[in-house]
Design a binder for this molecule. Structure first.
Ligand SMILES: [Zn+2]
Length: 384
């Protein structure tokens, strides 16, 4: 072993000892033992200072317990959760444990922990059912609820979920907007892309959340929660502009609803893509006016249209829209016989969930001649 580093070490140790001693002297005025007691009291010292082990013979030194003999202080149970704020915390059972809540926002993020910096586990859509797990946690100015979805534990913002409240659901008013085509040259049935952009921006800026026919069905029949400001955004007839319509509507965070006859200009691939963005409903084979047809004639318009769309999409559809909003006394029977759960008119007053006829739900045509003030008035004051 070289001697120089060992000597240097001793010198450093000596200097440190001097510095430490000096610092104590620095804080204690000479000849003032009362002041020393005061400093000790302030620092929490009780009794005489520790013996200076470096100058005490080994035999007189107090026995230092071996590490193994030291009493073990149990670590706090929440150590892991305290050090990692995103780790799920255990043992925080809530009185509401297992109670169902539903997503009432357009979509929310399920996070691994209660904080905006915690990893996103998945995105949950409107209407998704979750089970409450632990107690609420407040962090980042948000109240977080721990929830279980599909067997996975995570955290969501409390304001984005709601328990069942039948009264709130049944009194909800649903504006249901009806569009037809989106093209540059507007007319009564044609809204320009700029108009649609302005209207979707207005809905977004005013806090609306879109719902689909299935969401409305669940509200009507099962009292499932609706958003505070629901809106349904529909487009009829399967024009090619459905693609542009969907692009604009989804870019504002909303889900589009499509009503298609069999002569739609969309390819199967496009139909499946649009279906994935929202929901698809039937609209008869040939866009016939059902008011003029017999029971058999109406069935021949509805059943093959439903079967064809379901074949194109690969799953059942449950909603229907009356072409021209027209029907006669037999139509309701045909609609239910074919197997639709919910059907939409092309006119009428704002629908209140608790009193709406599920087979005749009103819609409001948004005409190309409407300016944004007219649109805002329809949304704000309802329609009739
Ligand atoms: Zn139509």
């Amino acid at each position: 072993m070289p001697r120089t580093p060992a000597r240097s070490f001793l010198v450093v140790l000596l200097v440190l000892c001097l510095l430490l001693t000096g610092s104590v002297v620095f804080f204690v005025p000479h000849g003032s033992s009362g002041a020393l007691d005061s400093v000790r009291s302030t620092l929490g010292f009780e009794g005489p200072p520790d013996p200076d082990l470096t100058h005490t013979p080994r035999s007189e030194r107090p026995e230092i317990p071996a590490v193994a003999d030291l009493p073990v202080t149990p670590a706090p149970a929440q150590t892991a959760a305290n050090t990692d704020p995103c780790a799920p915390s255990a043992g925080e059972e809530s009185a509401n444990q297992g109670r169902a809540v539903y997503v009432i926002a357009e979509s929310i993020q399920l996070r691994a922990g209660p904080g905006l910096d915690c990893p996103i586990v998945s995105s949950l859509p409107f209407g998704q059912e979750l089970a409450l797990a632990g107690k609420p946690v407040t962090r980042d100015g948000i109240i977080w609820r721990s929830v279980v979805v599909d067997g996975q534990l995570g955290y969501v913002a409390s304001s984005a979920v709601r328990t069942l409240n039948a009264q709130a659901t049944r009194t909800a008013a649903i504006p249901i907007l009806m569009y037809h085509g989106i093209y540059e040259e507007g007319s009564r049935f044609i809204v320009t892309p700029e108009q649609l952009e302005d209207q979707m921006a207005w809905l977004r800026d005013n806090g609306y959340t879109s719902i689909t026919p299935t969401n409305l069905y669940d509200a009507i029949y099962h009292d499932l929660p609706l958003p505070d400001k629901p809106v349904m955004i529909t487009v009829d007839d399967g024009n090619r502009s459905d693609l542009l319509f969907a692009e604009i509507v989804t870019s504002y965070g909303f889900r589009p609803v499509f009503f298609w006859p069999n002569y739609t200009e969309l390819t199967q691939e496009e139909m499946r893509y649009l279906d994935s963005l929202g929901e698809v409903c039937g609209h008869t084979v040939s866009h016939a006016s059902l008011a003029q047809l017999s029971w058999e004639g109406q069935y021949a318009e509805l059943a093959p249209n439903k079967a064809w769309i379901e074949e194109q999409l690969g799953h059942p559809i449950r909603c229907f829209g009356y072409p021209f909003g027209a029907y006669n006394g037999m139509t309701t029977d045909v609609v239910t016989h074919v197997g639709y759960d919910i059907a939409f008119d092309a006119w009428g007053a704002t629908s209140i969930v608790g009193i709406v006829d599920p087979i005749h739900i009103s819609r409001k045509e948004i005409e190309g001649t409407f300016d944004l003030e007219t649109f805002a008035a329809i949304m704000t004051h309802g329609y009739s």
